[in-house]
Ligand binder design. Structure first.
Ligand code: PRX
Length: 635
């Protein structure tokens, strides 16, 4: 019987039950039959929730890139591994075969070694969506260096903070990047970041935009000549199952980003398994995920998941609106994409434009369409399902997180009937539960609660880099013995899950997680500002937008508030990145605070949403009179 591929609904239920009753046997079979190992495991897993300790495929030895590349060469050497679709549609797309990918990754791996990178060293990759991003990432994994890919939209300070947190020895970047009709000076941003990062010894620079850049002697090197001189062969490093594969930063409820650590074997097994099933992947499919490799979606479903299955995966450098709003649909048609995976915010922004943009293309190659990153609202779901999926392609609404490594709750196409706005059922191996405020598990259906997972799965993040205590506190203390996701969810009458959104201080704006604390910290650095509070409010395209309530130091500050608002957004842009800018800023004389000094955000959220109907219990407020003032001054 097939364990790797879910065949139909009955088989799904059978596999699900098996994964719960006999998790060791279930994962043992999948890991044994579908990967190449240097050495098998002693135990499938061991864990301890109270210590937040998880180990999978204990003592196994493996290299993920051997599984992504080498083992396909005999049968699929000439098959396209990566299609690179450039920002400008007039530039030719590139098809990189598995043989060529091997050559490129081997050379890059050798360059990294020659430049002093060893197993366990951290390498920061700050690149646009070009093939070198995939190659550099895989080359790190090849030699056992831990990659820390930083999304190339982050500012210099954000890059510096991430580099310093995990003490990267090297940065791999490019002269610049293209995004629509703009180009961005990436090397300049890196130079600025590196003023504050003593740990970085070398910088390798890819030429992409031919922008003039400053190269620091002895530190900065153009990559291409090094690659040309390198040997196109490389023996993959033997990695322990639990050796770290990568660090990926995500926002949290304090100012410091959390470096989520993923390890090798469990991540490999789980991303491969979920890619195969959630996208109903078959040998000749052409898979396109529009995320950036700088986010977990790109790590797991542009790179690792597809390559582990020997698939053809697309790297798209551009944006959905350039040269016009038909760009996505044109690319689907051009490359005959079979699975298309994107975010609700992109769907909402394209659904606002003329239908003609999408209707011009038959999109007959599509088989499965997917959504990820935030709740997909009913209207966007139907637009996507009807106009892109032609009501014939299953729409998989996939719920998961940076911390989970892979997709957790999702329909399996052609197996699980879809229901608008529902992520539907957990994948085999995943045991979700809803918890009430008293930390009791809520049984039965048609209920809502805090979403937790009560049994480990192979790709659960293992720790926060350098701060295991924070990892424990963030995910394992609110509901002892369980992993707390930070999301709220509802379970319908048949057991389908619908994710309702974050229940903590993280706001998802255009699919990007933004912690309120880092934004508030940035604003509070402005010399005229005493304090601030950020909340989210619903936005047609972004899902949520940010509303800032700001207290000035000097009551009656005479400076123009419009100018101050511009300065506030400038600081946020510099400290975090343009994605975190505020849509609305209201200057207030105070914030609603409890007697213990906590800001009552619930009230601010209601005001930002324009819902003045019921502020709930305000009796614990120290300054209840402030509520009216803020309400009347809403912008
Ligand atoms: O709130 C959930 C939301 O995105 C959060 C995770 O964000 P991140 O770590 O950036 O990973 C995004 C890509 C996996 C979750 O806690 N989220 C993700 N997918 C969905 C979702 N909310 C609703 N429906 C989804 N399908």
């Amino acid at each position: 019987m097939s364990y790797y591929k879910i065949l139909n609904l009955e088989h799904y239920f059978k596999m699900y039950k098996k994964s719960v009753r006999e998790p060791r046997k279930f994962w043992d079979k999948i890991a044994e039959e579908n990967f190449t190992w240097y050495q098998k495991w002693e135990k499938v897993f061991e864990f301890n929730f109270s210590e937040a300790s998880f180990k999978w495929f204990v003592d196994a030895k493996v290299n993920i890139t051997k599984n992504c590349i080498d083992r396909h060469l005999a049968r699929r050497g000439d098959k396209t591994a990566i299609i690179f679709e450039p920002n400008n549609p007039d530039e030719e797309a590139l098809h990189i075969s598995y043989n060529e990918l091997y050559d490129r990754v081997a050379r890059m791996a050798n360059v990294l070694r020659e430049q002093g990178i060893q197993k366990g060293d951290r390498v920061c990759i700050y690149l646009p969506m070009i093939p070198e991003l995939a190659v550099a990432t895989l080359a790190c994994a090849r030699i056992g260096a831990v990659h820390s890919v930083v999304f190339a939209g982050f500012s210099a300070s954000a890059v510096a903070a991430r580099i310093n947190d995990c003490e990267c020895k090297m940065v791999i970047t490019s002269d610049g990047s293209y995004r629509g009709n703009k180009s961005i000076d990436l090397k300049g941003i890196v130079d600025e970041a590196l003023e504050k990062t003593p740990c970085v010894e070398k910088v390798l620079v890819v030429k992409r935009t031919n922008t003039e850049v400053t190269m620091k002697d002895g530190r900065d090197f153009w990559l291409q000549p090094l690659l040309d001189a390198a040997i196109p062969n490389n023996v993959a490093e033997v990695m322990d199952a639990e050796d770290p594969l990568f660090i990926l930063y995500t926002s949290g409820s304090t100012g410091k980003p959390k470096g989520m650590v993923h390890t090798t074997a469990g991540y490999m097994v789980y991303t491969a398994y979920t890619f195969k099933n959630v996208f109903a992947y078959e040998e000749n499919d052409i898979f396109w995920c529009t995320a950036d490799i700088g986010w977990i979606t790109g790590h797991s479903y542009i790179l690792y998941g597809p390559l582990l299955n020997g698939a053809t995966t697309v790297i798209f450098e551009g944006v959905p609106s350039y040269p016009d709003f038909s760009r996505f649909w044109e690319v689907i048609e051009k490359h005959k994409i079979t699975q298309f995976y994107t975010a609700p915010t992109a769907i909402r922004s394209l659904a606002k434009e003329s239908l003609d943009y999408v209707q011009r293309f038959p999109l007959k190659s599509l088989k499965v369409i997917g959504s990820v990153g935030e709740p997909i609202n009913e209207e966007a779901w139907h637009w996507y399902n009807d106009h892109v999926g032609g009501k014939r392609c299953p729409l998989v609404d996939t719920w998961w997180q940076t911390e989970t490594g892979g997709i957790m709750i999702s329909p399996v196409p052609f197996v699980t009937p879809t229901k608008p706005t529902y992520a539907s059922l957990p994948l085999p191996g995943i045991q979700p539960v809803l918890m009430d405020e008293l930390r009791n598990e809520i049984e039965g259906n048609q209920v809502t609660g805090s979403l937790c997972i009560k049994f480990p799965w192979p790709s659960i993040a293992r720790t926060i880099w350098g701060d295991h205590q924070r990892y424990k506190e963030t995910y394992f203390t609110a509901f002892p013995g369980k992993y707390f996701t930070g999301d709220g969810a509802l379970r319908d009458e048949v057991g389908y899950y619908r994710i309702t959104g974050r229940v903590d201080d993280v706001i998802i704006v255009s699919g990007h997680n933004l912690g309120t604390a880092p934004i508030e910290d940035a604003i509070n650095e402005h010399p005229a500002i005493a304090e601030s509070a950020i909340v989210g409010f619903p936005h047609d395209v972004k899902g949520n937008a940010l509303y800032g309530f700001v207290i000035l130091k000097e009551i009656g500050e005479t400076r123009n508030q419009d100018n101050l608002a511009i300065e506030i957004n400038q600081i946020i842009s510099n400290q975090i990145g343009p994605i975190a800018k505020l849509d609305k800023i209201q200057f207030v004389s105070n914030l609603p605070k409890t007697r213990s000094g906590k800001i009552m955000r619930r009230i601010l959220r209601k005001i930002a949403e324009g819902d003045f109907s019921n502020f709930g219990d305000t009796s614990t407020l120290l300054n209840p009179e402030i509520v009216d003032e803020i309400k009347n001054g809403r912008v």
